[in-house]
Structures are given as structure tokens and as C-alpha cells.
Design a protein around this ligand. Sequence first.
Ligand code: C2E
Ligand code: MG
Ligand code: MG
Ligand code: MG
Length: 282
Amino acid sequence: TAKRNGGNAYEFFESKMNQSAFERLVLENELREAVREEQLVVYYQPKVFMKDGGFAGAEALVRWQHPTAGLLSPGAFIEAAEECGLIGEIGNYVLRKTCTEFAKLHKQGLSIPVAVNVSAMQFEHEGFADIVLDALNESGLPPKLLELELTESTAMRDPERVISQIEPLRKIGVTFAIDDFGTGHSSLSYLTRMPFDVFKIDQSFVRHMERDPHAKIVVETILAMARSLKLETVAEGVETTEQLTFLREQGATIAQGYLFGRPMPLDDLVRFASPEPRRAAH
Ligand code: C2E
Ligand code: MG
Ligand code: MG
Ligand code: MG
């Protein structure tokens, strides 16, 4: 029986492979068009200070306004973008767009610190620092309002390289965060030597810390380490007041999560960031 079905199984498998390769090709072509036709939009998720709940800034998160499928999250296309080499273009678009929008707000008197995600491919490009400098110069965004997020694996890959890409930008005030911290394989001695400003605790630990003692230990350890290194810590994926209380007690400095706000269009973020208009006193 095995032999008799073998042919069928093989044909089935082959046709599935072809189908998924075909689907990927369609996706990549649509994505190219999306970049050309400016179907990409940038949403911003607020961050708040742990100590008083005050507005701390935002993270830029890309979305794709697909002509037929609606608004797509990065989970649906970032991996394809990395594989077909479009991630650099997408990342640069998000960077420029964000710098332009936040420079405009700054000129109107609303200065909001904003973080932009940087993919490994983008970061490892020789001209990365110049691309960021251009985006800052052309927009007029004060460098100290810009934070760049590198994932732990990108940040760990090649220390010399990381420092040479980071230093010229840090010198003018750009800050650097390690995103999804705790999911990679950072060595302790490496971490203490590298010029990062912020650890962002991965949301998987925040989500599980109440029930999973291991996740709790990871969170406590990252926060203790950040405190010794005098780094800022952003807890990602905060959804409940219980999580917030625990993270605050453990010394996290900033929170980001649905408890405060989902990623939102710029106008909504501006409303979120603006102090409540005072009621006219009678
Ligand atoms: P990330 O940088 O770790 O961003 C945080 C993700 O967690 C966002 O997902 C955000 O919507 C989600 N999140 C925030 N708070 C909560 C919460 O309380 N609960 C839950 N369940 N989720 C929460 P999103 O926007 O789907 O982005 C996913 C990932 O895609 C990002 O993870 C980042 O790695 C990547 N990404 C997004 N925009 C860009 C970009 O412009 N460039 C690059 N290279 N990557 C990007
Ligand atoms: Mg991020
Ligand atoms: Mg993250
Ligand atoms: Mg992530």
C-alpha cells in the first residue's frame, strides 16, 4: 500500500509546494506594488511612564492597506518582505514617514519621542547610518526624539559592526533599544559593554509571567540588570492592571500595551498625547 500511495502522496506534496511558491510570488508582486503605490501606512502605539501614567512616546508599526484584503498586520507580510529583499525599502519608508510626521508635530509644539523598528537587513546595510541622518536632516526631526529598535539577534550579531553603525547616531542623540529582549542569546558580558539605552521586554514574558515562574524570573532578571546598567525598560504587551502593578513593583520604567492603547493612526495618537483640554470654569 505504501508503494501504491507513494506516487499520489508525492504528487500531492509537489502540487502543494507549487501552490505555496505561487502564492508567495503573488504576495511579493503585490508588495512591490504596495511600496510603489504607497499602500503602506504607519500606525503608532503609545507608551506610558510607569510612575505616573504620563505619556512617554510612541512606536511606529507598519500596516498594509491592501486593495482587496483590508488592513494587514506586519505578521502577514514582513517575512515575505525580508525574503524578497523589500524589507529595506519598507523600513526606509516607515523611517522617513515617521520622521516627517513627528518633525511636523514638533514644529507645532508637540514633541513626541518615537521609536522605529529596524530589520537586520536594513541595519547591516553599509549606508544605514547615512540613511538615518538623511531622514533626520530632511525632516528636521531633533535626533533625540528618535529611537531605533533592533531585535536582540540583530544587536548580537557582530559587536564591532553594531558599534560602528550605532555610534555616529548616538553621538547626535538618537537612542537605541533592544526589541523582544529575552528571546535571543545575548551574553551578559556583551550586553554590559554595548551602547544601548533601552531594553524592551518581549511580550511573551509579560503575558506568561503570572502563571509561569520561569517567565517571571526572566522579567525580574532583565529588570534587575537594566537597573544596574541604568537603562530604561519598556514592558511590551501589557494588557492587565495586574501585569502593570507587578512590572512597576519590579522597576520597569515604561509600559506599552493594549491596556493603554492599540497601534493607531497619527491623529488618534496626537489626541492621546495632548493634555486634556481644560473645562471652562463657570
Ligand atoms: P514589535 O516591534 O515587537 O512590536 C510590538 C507588537 O506587539 C506590535 O504588533 C503590537 O501591535 C503588538 N502589541 C502591543 N501591545 C500589545 C498587547 O497588549 N497585546 C498584544 N497581543 N499585542 C500587543 P504588530 O504591529 O503586529 O507588529 C509585529 C512586529 O512586526 C513588530 O513587533 C516588529 O517586529 C514588526 N514590525 C512592525 N513594523 C515594522 C517596521 O516598520 N519595520 C520592521 N522591520 N518591522 C516591523
Ligand atoms: Mg518594536
Ligand atoms: Mg517587541
Ligand atoms: Mg517582535
